[in-house]
Design a protein around this ligand. Structure first.
Ligand SMILES: NC(=O)C1=CN([C@@H]2O[C@H](COP(=O)(O)OP(=O)(O)OC[C@H]3O[C@@H](n4cnc5c(N)ncnc54)[C@H](O)[C@@H]3O)[C@@H](O)[C@H]2O)C=CC1
Ligand SMILES: O=C([O-])CC(=O)C(=O)O
Length: 326
């Protein structure tokens, strides 16, 4: 049996966590041979609810669950954490854009970045789920100057997975037939789901769909899917968000699928001309516990315009929280 690793999860009594924690504890994120200690963070008024979640985790008798820590203190929950899933934040309601949450949520991520900087493992892998995810990840990263900026990522895997199913449905195929999907930019309505590299059974996806469908159906459907879920469910995506978080972390820790790539919001090194330092979603390959931005993807004029629009939005969000960026 391997030694246990420490997995911190914030917002642990919330909707996403109610799906997420049980899957982490059952080994779906880090493998069926990897014991985990869950270190759960909540705000003080939610500690009682968190206790109930922890009781249910105990009642599953997961063979891989080596311990549960419950706290309202980030320096306790993040102590020596190998993985940190920052889920805790206010979700949006109908009629809101994710950046409307910036004000409400930004302070959470500056405090948590500082706490990670202070007490987490120097190799901690951080995934920010709480919205607006990319800019919250930027805030956490900038408040953790002693950690490698590459350790901070934002979740666009849900958008990536949504795009897979939309394309599969359109082409009468299954998600198993599709590779090389790409989400560029912000986890917001400006994100750019790009089909120009995508393959369906090894053949170019763009050859199998009409440009009209791509522009007026596929792109807006993926961009607006979060809002469509809120409208239908009366609450934002939870189980599918948890599933995407599992996918993101599993690929980062254990490697992405051979011969394919995935999408992650990562620290821009200037690849594809995207401003250095933004947390921008790129096509990435994960190997040996690390990620690399895929280089050499062809960018046509259509794609460039969309990549720039979402980059501009991220720069605006960054500037709006400049007071929280040391
Ligand atoms: N990146 C993505 O693809 C997605 C992101 N989200 C975002 O994830 C976040 C969480 O969503 P839900 O679980 O549905 O919300 P929720 O409201 O059910 O749960 C959030 C939990 O976070 C806790 N919390 C608030 N401030 C905290 C703090 N400072 N420290 C620790 N915990 C804190 C709350 O007490 C609550 O229990 C939202 O911001 C939502 O917009 C949701 C879906 C997809
Ligand atoms: O749309 C929201 O507010 C929740 C979310 O991020 C998503 O479902 O993609």
């Amino acid at each position: 049996m391997k030694a246990p690793v420490r997995v911190a999860v914030t917002g642990a009594a919330g909707q996403i966590s109610y799906s997420l924690l049980f899957r982490i504890a059952s080994g779906e994120m880090l493998g069926k041979d990897q014991p985990v200690i869950l270190q759960l963070l909540e705000i003080t008024p939610a500690l009682e609810a968190l206790k109930g979640v922890a009781m249910e985790l105990e009642d599953c008798a997961f063979p891989l669950l080596a311990g549960i820590v419950q706290s309202d203190d980030a320096t306790v929950a993040f102590k020596d954490a190998d993985y940190a899933l920052l889920v805790g934040a206010r979700p949006r309601g109908p009629g809101m854009e994710r950046k409307d949450l910036l004000e409400a949520n930004a302070a959470i991520f500056s405090a948590q970045g500082k706490a990670l900087n202070e007490v987490a493992s120097r190799n901690v892998k951080v995934l920010v789920v709480g919205n607006p995810a990319n800019t919250n990840a930027l805030i956490a990263q900038r408040n953790a100057p002693d950690l490698d900026p590459r350790n901070f990522t934002a979740m666009t895997r849900l958008d990536h997975n949504r795009a897979l199913t939309q394309l599969a449905n359109k082409t009468d195929s299954t998600v198993n037939d599709i590779t090389h999907m790409t989400i560029w930019g912000n986890h917001s309505a400006t994100q750019y789901p790009d089909l120009h590299q995508a393959k369906v059974n090894g053949e170019d996806a763009m050859g199998k769909v009409e440009q009209e469908w791509y522009e007026t159906d596929f792109i807006p459907t993926v961009q607006q899917r979060g809002a469509a879920i809120i409208k239908a469910r009366g609450a934002s995506s939870a189980a599918s968000a948890a599933n995407a978080a599992i996918d993101h972390m599993r690929d980062w820790a254990l490697g992405s699928a051979e011969g394919d790539w995935t999408s992650m919001g990562v620290y821009s090194d200037g690849s594809y001309g995207i401003q250095e330092g933004l947390i921008y979603s790129f096509p990435v390959v994960c190997k040996n516990g690390d990620w690399e931005i895929v280089q050499g993807v062809d960018i046509n004029d259509f794609s460039r315009e969309k990549m720039t629009a979402t980059e501009t939005e991220l720069a605006e969000e960054r500037d709006a929280v400049a007071h929280l960026l040391p």
